[in-house]
Design a binder for this molecule. Structure first.
Ligand code: CO
Length: 476
């Protein structure tokens, strides 16, 4: 039996472990070797990479995609697309979604993995239909989480809704490492039986279960599994590609992956890991069993710590960890994935810091309660809705139905700002991230300096792009 390996080293791995900061120049040298390894598909783009490129790295995300595509000739490449949110954090109107997906397909994207944080399939329709029209492989995605309303029956229902949209495969996306081996087996078996599409399983290592879960998923008939090269594996990232390949081959599955080639790739990424060590919090590299209780994905965990540090309230971490599941229940058991993970996280911090629940609410919390992100898996708790919205009525249509077309307007704005004949790529950068994107397009973005790892403390002068920058190194 064949099992296809989807390698996430170039997107999810560095998003999970090093704040999405892997530079293109540290990716390029290994691509041609990586391409010889027999990996079925590489996830290389999307998620937070687009944002990170223009915000922190001073890299053009389109250029990045072009350079990667050019060098991966034998393998498929894929991206993670947040449905109507694309690679941003809000709903974009349909014309922007269509333009973005078409442009990405033109750059040679083979596989679009498309998800919605709320599993509201209405938010996936435009991007799925557009990607299908471009003849791409569309992977309809189910965000896996645990709650009283997230039953096997519900997941089968969602998968069937995706099947109606003619997706080519189904991805079970376990952002927080909550998918247990038993559940992986049962869920894959039921989806296979009830829906019949090929299944890909994506499970973060956060709780330490992912390798076991992937193996059980394969036993139940999963056709694809998501892994990463060993130096970027484990912790909040994913099971190691080499280890999974070895175990599966020994059990009689055929992956087509050449372990000797991966050894070379591994050597390369050992150096990358060392170089990026300053971005990696050691806490995100070991199994976090809190996640089994609090259901908090790794990225969210580090965000919570960062926010509490800002308020100088790191001692409140335990209170916040207890508040997160309560907020989540209030807000209709939203899965903790971008952007709802941020909404729940920030709100939980505010609830704890202010000492009164929902005394201060963010605009995002309010929008979620109002239905602006889509339908929550369960209804919002009534008293919370009243406290936040008062007499205002929530919406019940697809949120993007309320949005006017934007693409041409954004193009005009760029022209008014002195950009002559801006390309579609530039308009998309600006349409998706008006402030950060504009700064980038004006050439005012500076690549952030690499953080320095170790117990050093104080101000250091480093060179970035030929310019001297002073970095303030704090003890870890
Ligand atoms: Co992931």
């Amino acid at each position: 039996m064949k099992v296809k390996i989807v390698d996430l080293s170039l997107r999810d791995a560095h998003q999970s472990l090093m704040a999405t900061r892997l530079r293109l120049r540290d990716i390029v040298p290994i691509l041609e070797t990586f391409d010889q390894s027999g990996i079925y598909c590489f996830e290389v783009w999307g998620g937070a990479t687009f944002d990170s490129c223009i915000r922190y790295l001073n890299e053009n995300p389109w250029e990045r995609l072009r350079e990667i595509r050019k060098r991966l000739k034998n393998s498929l490449i894929s991206m993670l697309l947040r449905g109507q949110n694309l690679v941003g954090y809000r709903h974009y109107p349909d014309d922007v979604v269509e333009k973005f997906v078409k442009k990405t397909a033109e750059y040679g994207m083979d596989v679009f993995r498309i998800f919605d944080a709320l599993n509201d399939v209405r938010n996936l329709v435009t991007s799925i239909k557009t990607a299908k029209k471009c003849d791409a492989h569309v992977q309809g995605t189910i965000c896996y989480t645990i709650s009283p309303v997230h039953t096997i029956e519900r997941y089968v229902e969602i998968a069937n809704e995706l099947a109606v949209l003619e997706v080519d495969s189904i991805c079970i996306k376990d952002m927080a490492g909550l998918l247990s081996p038993k559940m992986a087996y049962t869920l894959v078996r039921e989806l296979k039986k009830e829906v019949g599409l090929p299944i890909d399983v994506h499970s973060h290592y956060t709780s330490g279960m992912a390798s076991m879960s992937l193996l059980k998923a394969v036993e139940a008939g999963a056709k694809m599994i998501d892994t990463v090269i060993s130096p970027l594996s484990l912790g909040t990232s994913h099971p190691p590609t080499e280890t999974m390949v070895y175990a599966l081959e020994e059990l009689g599955y055929k992956t087509g992956v050449k372990l000797d080639v991966l050894l070379e790739v591994r050597e390369y990424f050992m150096k990358v890991r060392e170089k990026y060590q300053g971005y990696i919090d050691w806490r995100s590299t070991i199994p976090d069993t809190n996640v089994l209780v609090y259901q908090i994905p790794g990225g969210m965990f580090s965000n919570l710590i960062a926010q509490l540090k800002e308020y100088n309230a790191l001692d409140k971490l335990q209170d916040v960890l207890k508040e997160v599941p309560r907020v989540r229940e209030d807000l209709g058991y939203v899965p903790l994935v971008t952007p709802t993970s941020q909404i729940v996280g920030v709100q939980a911090v505010l609830n704890v810091i202010t000492g009164e629940r929902y005394k201060v609410v963010t605009k995002e919390t309010r929008d979620l309660v109002k239905g602006m992100y889509g339908r929550t898996p369960a209804p919002i708790r009534e008293e919370i809705r009243k406290k936040i919205l008062g007499d205002e009525k929530p919406i019940d249509c697809r949120p993007a139905d309320l949005l006017e077309p934007e693409f041409e307007k954004r193009r005009q704005e760029l022209i008014e700002r002195g950009f002559e004949n801006p390309s579609d790529e530039d308009v998309l950068i600006y349409a998706l991230f008006p402030q950060v994107g504009l700064k980038f397009l004006k050439g005012e973005t500076k690549e952030e300096p690499m953080p320095i790892f170790g117990k050093v403390e104080g101000k250091f002068e480093v060179e970035v792009d030929g310019e001297k920058v002073v970095v303030d190194v704090k003890p870890l």
